[in-house]
Write a protein that binds this ligand. Sequence first.
Ligand code: ADP
Ligand code: ZN
Length: 686
Amino acid sequence: MANLFAEVVIVGAALEKSLHYEVPPELAEVLQPGGLVSVGLGRSKAAGIVLSLGNALPDLPQTIKIRPVLGYSGKTLPDDLFRLCIWISEYYFYPLGEVFALAIPGREEGKRKAGAKRKIKVQECETLQDCSESAINPPPAPFDLTVEQGEAFESISPFIENPSFQPFVLYGVTGSGKTEIYLRLIEKAARGGKGALVLVPEIALSAQMEAIFRERFGRSLAVWHSAVSQKIKRKQGIEILSGQANIVLGARSAVLSAVKNPGLIVVDEEHDPAYKQEDRLRYNARDVALMRAKILGIPIILGSATPSLQTISRSRAGQYRQVLLPSRILGRPLPDLEIVDMKRERGRGGMFSAKLRDEIARVLDDGRQALIFLNRRGYAKYYLCNACGLVLQCVSCSLTLTYHKKENCLRCHYCGWETPLPERCPTCGHSALFAHGFGTERVEKEIGRLFPGARTMRVDRDTMSSHEKLLDALDAVKSGRANVLLGTQMIAKGHDFPNITLVGVINADAGLQVSDFRAGENLVQLLFQVAGRAGRGDEPGRVILQTYNPYHYTIESLLKMDYDGFCEMELESRKALQYPPFTRLLKLLVTGKDEKMVRAGAQLLASLCREKAADLKEAGKHIAVLGPSPSPYLKLKDRFRWQVFVKAWGSSEMQDFAGIVLHCVRNEPGFHNVQVTVDRDPSSDI
Ligand code: ADP
Ligand code: ZN
């Protein structure tokens, strides 16, 4: 019998090449591509995934001795996941071994924990049962679908019976009952012996979704997000692989879970920027989910009240089918919106306009609840020296420090570095340091002062240091223990609190000052979401938006509750500027500890890109190169950052171009002192 060889990718390694091993006879029958094996690597053992099997070896130098595969774990990645990992590695230009590591539960995240400080500290919730018995009230018994829901269900359901790849955009206003449609379609898939994968953007949202899903699907449900402990993840990993748990609900990394035989994928709040990972593997889970559905040949639902412009334009082009839910459940009205021009409030009341103050007082008197939204945590936005004009900045990042009163410290919201508030300006020595701007911590204090009857629950990354605290906070609102829910974007989306009749947005403009071409889109989506938290019960809701720019087109479209109109305008301007979704972008980020080297590296990279773009132009492919330019955050965590943007008019042009450039980068000594990172389809241009 001819010898059998396995081409193996080492899990978790950034190796460019795969390695070859001989398959011992006892494994020849059982080993498949996607199989998790152990192999020798140098003097130690390593885990690997079999990429291919064959009887021939490639031409290898004589000195290389082929070693045997040492063992097979008995686990094999499902074929669709295996193929998806290969696609991710090629599309995002990321080492395949590291992509595989993300698809194998319990390996990668443990490693990460030891390194980077996690953004949300989460306590382990040791048993999965400890999560689902959160005090969140169970949902009411299942109801009949409304006529609109029924129609939406019927248009998607044939694709579950006879599966084929088809993206659906479930475009339904807030409170239109999208979740119930997901549930019914998943039930249908489950009755046909199929599983499902459901993605939600945030851990805060999964708490509520989890309770609803757990009640319907019991033990067939596995929940996957960063607050689930490694131990549970390993246990669930086995249940998922065996098919015992074949409905997986989770945040973006769940897109790589090994759910067996899925018949449907759901991406809830598909427009949400949280689907994009901004470090290491810079993928967008929504886009990866689309590719997974394509590989599987199954339907995928992209649900949102404010679909992304990418999704809107693809559905206009006929690639996606739109399913509309234009009204709220049971004919409940959308909230009334009112804009307060804060320029007219000057000198009168600080963070609360007279209007918002009156409304909060009334709602509390009526025994209802209010949601107050401000997308900035901390007490003061920054500290400025009135004598010399210095703004206190982080030592490692080009970011101002935020003041936190409780700890009396200044903190960097990017790297977490903190320092006590100095008594004197570190530059000029005058004691003239003053706080400017405000965050949720200060608003909380102000609410306490203005409204004696307020029982405030503040939800932001400072107060929610564990998953349990978050569950408890949401329960406090649900049960009425708290009557004011104050917070950052953690409270803006998805939650369904029927007794909230007032939403107040303290500063609707935060986010507009950003130079990013997506700032308008992100702001409008966020504000529609926040506004959508009001009036979800039997009492109509009201939204008060405080702004300094009442005539800005984002604010105007919100006032009219006209998201389509906003998209129309925004798409026109994107087209004029040839920005996505009309083009594809790639960000090449050059980073390093030495500013001069980073700048030189970026200049070298830009000229390399221009040279290669000129070559491609001769072949009729058009690529535009922009930059180099310093990143708007020139320094983060002690690393300087410069960037080069590449624009292409098609995905395959981008693929070819980036492949050529990155090959040169690896072999060009001029880049050895810096790191070049690829960000494909970046979510922002900063
Ligand atoms: P969305 O996700 O579209 O914002 P939800 O799915 O949260 O909306 O639904 C809003 C509320 O309406 C929830 O409390 C849900 O339980 C309720 N609901 C959904 N469908 C129905 C129905 N057919 N009849 C009565 N209530 C419903
Ligand atoms: Zn910092």
